[in-house]
Design a protein around this ligand. Structure first.
Ligand SMILES: C[S@+](CC[C@H](N)C(=O)[O-])C[C@H]1O[C@@H](n2cnc3c(N)ncnc32)[C@H](O)[C@@H]1O
Length: 376
């Protein structure tokens, strides 16, 4: 009998050592704004306490970038943003983000915030769900965990649950349901989650040799690069190079060109970056491995600040990563003068892509648009 060789694609992908769960868990906690705007609020939580929170989630700080209004922590698994009255924690891989929630809430209380007024927890469906640790073994486990703190919160599965979809848990303190005046009218959060990156674009997120980057930049050594103001660690030096080469830097740049970028390249592949400008941030994370490629772009930079339309920002993003499939979610503060279908008009169509899903939710104070697309 002729020898045969049969590969179980699915299982070998799952057990491929280079497999990585790119899709992040994302938690956003909002507290009522400090009365005195000079107050640091959550930003006054000591770094050692934040490290303890991150230990509970199983990730570590790689670097910190601060503006006048926010501290942006680049993590071994994604990012943490701490504003005076808002905190965004985004972690990927097999991190246990929700295990850090009790300690996070305790620390918020220690700086005067008894309870969040709004909570959002969301994530895409996992690529390798069986690898997740408690309390992330299933969406229903995550919801149970969130409900112990926010019993009146609501859980949603958005999109077809047997294909690519997205989960959201949201809580809004009833006392703030109708007090939308305290919301920033420019407040919007855009998230683009991409899979099936083009192999060519993925290559930008594989680490080149340090020597070749130094030579290309005209440096004699790492010491020479540092003397000329380059980032202090090899990961940051290679990250800055990848950001420039792949077009990430351009993606995060604001109209006034003032955004600061903190980028990091992992060995032998993988990339993370945070960008800041005053109270506006952008964060990008990339897993380029072909069998589980994933890239995410999240920002609260408004159209006015970017100096380009939201549609242009998304079009540029999917181009930088060569997305085969992507979803867009947009939370936007309600504007009584805006019709809901303008959200769909804004982000519902991209050249060369077929729209698979399009859903608009009406939340207290916010509208949420979720659309998913695949390349033709
Ligand atoms: C942390 S980064 C970005 C994660 C992000 N959530 C994403 O969008 O994929 C993940 C990429 O870096 C690679 N990587 C290499 N070393 C890593 C490490 N020590 N921790 C986490 N990721 C690492 C992973 O294989 C993956 O390609």
């Amino acid at each position: 009998m002729a020898p045969t060789f049969i590969v179980d694609q699915e299982k070998s992908m799952e057990y491929n050592d280079s497999s990585f769960e790119g899709p992040e868990k994302l938690l956003e906690l909002w507290f009522s704004a400090p009365m005195d705007s000079s107050k640091m609020g959550l930003r006054s939580i000591p770094r050692a306490d934040l490290d303890e929170v991150l230990d509970l989630a199983h990730c570590k700080v790689l670097s910190v970038l601060s503006s006048n209004q926010v501290d942006a922590y680049l993590l071994s698994e994604s990012s943490l943003f701490v504003f005076a009255h808002k905190l965004i924690l985004k972690t990927c891989g097999t991190t246990t983000l929700l295990a850090s929630l009790p300690r996070l809430l305790e620390l918020a209380a220690s700086v005067g915030f008894e309870k969040p007024i709004r909570v959002f927890y969301s994530r895409k469906n996992f690529m390798f769900p069986s690898r997740q640790l408690a309390p992330h073994k299933s969406w229903s486990d995550e919801v149970k965990c969130l409900e112990t703190f926010f019993p009146s919160g609501s859980a949603y599965a958005v999109g077809p649950t047997n294909k690519a979809h997205w989960y959201l848990f949201s809580f809004c303190d009833e006392a703030y349901n109708n007090l939308d005046d305290n919301l920033d009218p420019e407040d919007e959060t855009l998230e683009v989650l991409m899979t099936e990156m083009s192999p060519q674009k993925s290559l930008n997120f594989y680490s080149p040799t340090l020597g070749s980057v130094l030579a290309e930049k005209g440096y004699d050594s790492v010491e020479d690069a540092r003397l000329h103001g380059s980032s202090v660690s090899t990961g940051h030096l290679l990250g800055a190079y990848a950001a420039e080469k792949a077009g990430v830097q351009e993606l995060c740049w604001t109209k006034d060109g003032k955004a600061l970028l903190d980028a990091f390249s992992f060995e032998p592949m993988g990339f993370s970056s945070n960008a800041l400008c005053d109270d506006r941030y952008a964060t990008i994370h990339v897993t380029p491995q072909e069998h589980c490629s994933y890239a995410s772009f999240e920002t609260n930079v408004s159209e006015q600040r970017f100096g380009r339309t939201m549609h242009d920002t998304v079009a540029k993003t999917i181009d930088v990563f060569g997305a085969g499939r992507f979803s867009v979610s947009l939370f936007q503060a309600k504007d009584p003068n805006r019709r809901k279908n303008t959200l769909v008009n804004k982000l519902g169509h991209f050249d060369s892509y077929i729209r698979e899903e399009c859903i608009v939710y009406d939340f207290p104070g916010y509208d949420l648009l979720f659309c998913s697309f695949r390349h033709k």
